[in-house]
Design a protein around this ligand. Structure first.
Ligand code: NDP
Ligand code: HSE
Length: 437
């Protein structure tokens, strides 16, 4: 088998981890592979960092284009992030006939259709295990391990930063901003952490998984995205009292009506394994018609866990480089010409259960008014909890859990409830998922 000569773009958190893991495990990897993987060229605009991490063992440059245009590079590993320069670099590498490994879910979710088509035209591999759920081999599971199944749904905690923040807020009572800077220090957060906390990063990853699961083109623009910035510790506490944990979930489901693609805070019964996934760990539940629900768990971010996936992709490429294009595993689990553009459902058309919290005047008849609105909308109540007003306060919190309801029906009812004289402010709505079957 031919040696693999690798050009590494970006030697920050993941690039540094990739260099370290390849160096440390070189002997075992070579035994598994029967050949060597060599990082021969590293580009980073921070040359001092590149020299420090590589210890002077590899040629370093601050010109990433010198790597993608270099004739002696077989594979380009893109670990700089972003949509613009990264896209140009990846497309140039492909045009030059080089295979590509990337951890850049933003790039693939937004420009993946174009990138995979360009790669198919040149017959090169674009591998991206690290782009979804860090160190968990979820792409391999979806594309290969579960390929006998019709996938019904995928639901996952797929952003380490927000899961770390939610866990720390719950366990230590720390403030949101305090925890975010810790997540940044640990290397979990994106260059722009808004991507993490507003659910955009999770939507990028979900877009990729939905494409593989349902054989559809990548459609990030169809994803509904709601982050954790509006979540209060009060709702996290009330949810716990009712036997639920709040997690930022990415959910994609296929039904006769179409495909759901949504990221939002979600109440999950605490008895579910996924409800107990904490810190920067990720977990993805995949329901296949033959296998039933399956759960994949592991580190979703950080240098070496993510490097584990990058290096596994390099090993796959070393093995597959001599295989004819048609016999390789297709980029998104299905040849591009077999993908079907199924209808995508807007959030108003999804059905789920809901947690509603409202602040009400503590006087007779208010609850009856609220429940009448719900009953008029044929919204069935599953559980209810009233918190006594604090001393000196005239208002109480009421929390209602509903059975499964169409989102647009729920929104009409919420508007009516907010219109009641006895209701103060807005109703907090958090979606709930059973994730059982
Ligand atoms: P870092 O910011 O730690 O590393 C990126 C490196 O690339 C930095 O050293 C940066 O330099 C350098 N760089 C940026 N632009 C250029 C350029 N045009 N030419 C040369 N060098 C450049 O990012 P991460 O390692 O955290 O992330 C890399 C990719 O991996 C991203 O796509 C991210 O989404 C993805 N990812 C990250 C995970 C994580 O846990 N961190 C997990 C999974 C995926 P400078 O510092 O000067 O900007
Ligand atoms: N910022 C991402 C996260 C990195 O926190 O999950 C891993 O993709």
């Amino acid at each position: 088998m031919k040696e693999l000569r690798v050009g590494l773009l970006g030697i920050g958190t993941v690039g540094g981890g990739t260099f370290t893991v390849l160096q440390r495990n070189q002997a075992d990897i070579s035994r598994r592979l029967g050949t060597h993987i060599h990082i021969t060229l590293v580009a980073d605009r921070n040359l001092a960092l590149a020299k420090e991490v590589t210890g002077g063992q590899v040629t370093v440059t601050d010109d990433a284009f010198a790597v993608v245009n270099h004739p002696d590079i077989d594979v380009v590993v893109e670990l700089i992030g972003g949509y613009t320069v990264a896209k140009e670099l990846v497309l140039t590498a492909i045009a030059n006939g080089k295979h590509v490994v990337t951890a850049n879910k933003a790039l693939l979710a937004v420009h993946g259709n174009e990138i995979f088509q360009a790669a198919a035209n040149k017959g090169v591999i674009v591998a991206y295990e690290a782009a979804v759920a860090g160190g968990i081999p979820i792409i391999k599971a979806l594309r290969e391990g579960l390929s006998a199944n019709k996938i019904e749904w995928v639901a996952g905690i797929i952003n380490g930063t927000t899961n770390f923040i939610l866990s720390e807020m719950r366990d230590k009572g720390l403030a949101f901003t305090e925890v975010l800077s810790e997540a940044q220090r640990l290397g979990y957060a994106e260059a722009d952490p808004t991507f993490d906390v507003e659910g955009i990063d999770a939507a990028h990853k979900l877009t990729i998984m939905a494409s593989i699961a349902f054989g559809i083109p990548l459609q990030f623009d169809q994803a509904y995205t709601e982050g954790i910035t509006q979540l209060t510790t009060k709702d996290i506490q009330y949810a716990e009292e009712l036997g639920y944990r709040v997690k930022l979930l990415g959910i994609t489901k296929q039904s006769a009506a179409g495909v759901e693609l949504r990221v939002h805070p979600t109440l999950i019964p605490e008895k579910r394994l996924i409800a107990n996934v904490n810190g920067a760990m990720n977990a993805v539940l995949v329901k296949g018609d033959a296998v039933g629900p399956t759960l994949y768990y592991g580190a979703g971010a950080g240098a070496e866990p993510t490097a584990s996936s990058v290096v596994a992709d390099l090993i796959d490429i070393a093995r597959a480089q001599a295989t004819p294009f048609e016999q390789r595993v297709p980029y998104l689990g299905m040849p591009l010409d077999q993908q079907q553009p199924l209808p995508m459902l807007p959030i108003s058309e999804i059905s789920t259960a809901y947690y509603l919290r409202m602040r009400v005047l503590d006087k007779p008849g208010v609850l009856a008014e609220v429940t009448k609105i719900l009953s008029d909308g044929e919204i069935s109540i599953d559980a209810m909890m009233q918190k006594e007003p604090q001393e000196g306060e005239a208002e109480a919190d009421i929390v209602i859990l509903t059975h499964v309801t169409l989102e647009k029906t729920m929104d009409i009812a919420i508007k009516a409830i907010e219109g009641l004289a006895a209701i103060d402010g807005q109703v907090t709505k958090i979606r709930m998922e059973e994730l059982g079957r």
